[in-house]
Design a binder for this molecule. Structure first.
Ligand SMILES: Nc1ncnc2c1ncn2[C@@H]1O[C@H](COP(=O)(O)OP(=O)(O)OP(=O)(O)O)[C@@H](O)[C@H]1O
Ligand SMILES: [Mg+2]
Length: 359
């Protein structure tokens, strides 16, 4: 039997809870020509959601999805835009990549022209097909690796003339996304509507979990589901990760009902699986970063208060600030709704493996 809980990759079809509100809002916005900037901390489900939206719009628009992460130059980005949109619009005609082969030693002027034309292919296709084109850029902040901030100026100068193209910009690095779209000195200032993706609502997730266990003929009480969601704080990825282990343990032991022991066993299994990864984060942390993580794992909110600084040996407010920034940069913690969040299992790991000795 296939494990119905999936994590670590984008999810679709049966693995996806419905997120109906977000999907309807995005579909309506995009079809009316509204571009969207969608942000959330890591692994909330941005990619899965956007791909689902594109899938549902497939008949009403020409859709294209571009992951900026593996793209290595601005020319390759232009090529990706042109080829993805063309292939999606004319499924029978493959886009002739040779037409925009930037690696050949074309004259600088020609290369500039081809780059510029590729940037505008989407608008041309929209007009030709009399259909809206929708392009999603995943990890959009990574364009800054390609040509500093210059590429933003170039893209903006093209995109602003595209009346029949709606853009989706997905990002997971908050400070960069804010700098790109909220800084009035930057080209993409207020280029689209911001959607801040939240975790999956408790009720929705709870039904999803219950149904999956019941489909496998495993009984799970509301109380057990609440324990899971409390532990994972309804975080999409961590919830699926815990349920994945729990389902596996339950099935392999032939147990027909999930109870507290089963949940504890699944948490322990995740901690064992993650142990090496957590140890290397811990080894790479500075002393104040370690102290900051311990304070966060102990649910301290006012990290800058004198009492907390004293209790956890955080030294000073500026040390706390530097640690938080460092941990954020290393993606050990992320900011959501003005609060720092960490991997819920890393938090358990710190509590079980390190704080146990303190108590
Ligand atoms: N709608 C959903 N229903 C159920 N699980 C989901 C949903 N969205 C996300 N998840 C869970 O969260 C995980 C991460 O999803 P996804 O890769 O789409 O997130 P992301 O925000 O794009 O992540 P990243 O920041 O790494 O790019 C998935 O593997 C899945 O376990
Ligand atoms: Mg993603």
């Amino acid at each position: 039997m296939k494990n119905p809980f999936v994590f670590g990759v984008e999810v679709s079809g049966e693995q996806f809870t419905d997120r109906k509100e977000e999907i309807n809002e995005m579909k309506s916005d995009l079809l009316s020509g509204q571009s969207i900037i969608i942000y959330s901390p890591r692994r909330y489900g941005k990619t899965s959601l956007v791909k689902r939206v594109l899938e549902e719009l497939k008949n009403d628009a020409v859709t294209a999805y571009i992951d900026v992460y593996p793209i290595t130059s601005k020319e390759k980005l232009a090529e990706a835009i042109a080829s993805k949109v063309t292939t999606s619009a004319f499924t029978s005609i493959k886009y002739d990549a040779a037409e925009i082969e930037f690696s050949i030693k074309g004259k600088e002027k020609d290369r500039e022209r081809i780059f510029s034309e590729s940037m505008d292919v989407a608008q041309k296709i929209a007009q030709k097909k009399n259909k809206r084109v929708i392009i999603a850029f995943d990890e959009f902040q990574e364009t800054r690796r390609l040509d500093g901030e210059e590429i933003e100026r170039v893209m903006r100068s093209h995109f602003q003339g595209h009346k029949d193209v709606s853009y989706i910009f997905i990002g997971s690095k908050k400070h960069m996304i804010e700098d790109i779209f909220e800084n009035k000195n930057k080209p993409f200032f207020r280029f689209g509507k911001h959607i801040s993706l939240k975790k999956i609502p408790g009720d929705e997730f709870s039904n999803f979990i219950k149904n999956k266990f019941r489909d496998s003929e495993i009984e799970i009480s509301d109380e057990a589901v609440n324990t899971i969601l409390d532990l994972t704080q309804s975080h999409p990825h961590y919830t699926q990760q815990l349920c994945h282990e729990l389902w596996y343990i339950t099935i392999t032991k032939g147990i027909k009902k999930v109870d507290a022991d089963g949940i504890n066993g699944a948490v322990e299994k995740v901690l064992i699986n993650q142990n090496d990864a957590y140890l290397s984060i811990w080894d790479a942390a500075t002393k104040t970063e370690e102290a900051t993580l311990i304070a966060l794992a102990s649910d301290e909110i006012s990290l800058y208060s004198r009492e907390v600084i004293e209790e956890y040996d955080l030294i000073s407010q500026s040390h706390v600030q530097r640690s938080l920034k460092g941990l954020e940069r290393k993606e050990v913690i992320g900011e959501a709704n003005g609060k720092y969040e960490m991997d819920v299992f890393f938090k358990e790991w710190i509590k079980k493996r390190l704080l146990r000795t303190k108590i």
